[in-house]
Design a binder for this molecule. Structure first.
Ligand SMILES: [Zn+2]
Length: 164
């Protein structure tokens, strides 16, 4: 069980997270991934939660923006910082459908985010394979709705092959 540490801000202390809330927020990240799917983007979605509220959403936009850095996590980090008016996110949890790549792990490192929850593992391009690392204070949970998150990606790439 993970409990948010005290942080000097006006927000009341965050409630304990539970497997149920992890599932709830991961399903919101999956909704974001489905938006990407509908836009013909690789379906990865993310939400940032602070104080039991979703403060930011993001999904992959690399095709739409012609920008290889426009991963779901990058969108969500920027949106969360804008929402809070702060560059560091120690009281936030990022939910993302796929294991972050090393670029996103780097951005998440700089954000000092409190916790990261991801769904499917990415054996080829995940941060673990690519040698990325998170901030030492960041707590990690993985495997939440991993099958749903992974199936969405498999279906996307399968449909791409069929269309060619
Ligand atoms: Zn990434």
């Amino acid at each position: 069980m993970w409990v948010m540490c005290a942080f000097p801000c006006n927000l009341p202390p965050m409630k304990e997270t539970t497997p149920e809330t992890d599932l709830l927020y991961m399903r919101q990240a999956i909704r974001e991934a489905m938006k990407a799917y509908d836009m013909d983007e690789v379906p990865v979605g993310a939400v940032v939660v602070a104080n039991d509220q979703i403060i930011a959403r993001g999904h992959n936009l690399t095709e739409r923006l012609h920008d290889v850095t426009a991963h779901a996590e990058m969108q969500a980090i920027t949106a969360a910082s804008n929402a809070l008016g702060a560059k560091y996110l120690p009281d936030c949890t990022l939910y993302v459908t796929l294991e972050p790549c090393s670029m996103c792990a780097g951005a998440l490192f700089w954000s000092q985010i409190g916790r990261i929850v991801y769904g499917a593992s990415d054996a080829k391009r995940g941060y673990q394979t690519m040698g990325g690392q998170f901030h030492p204070k960041t707590l990690i949970t993985n495997g939440i709705e991993a099958d749903v998150c992974g199936d969405l990606l498999s279906e996307f790439f399968r449909s791409k092959r069929v269309r060619k």
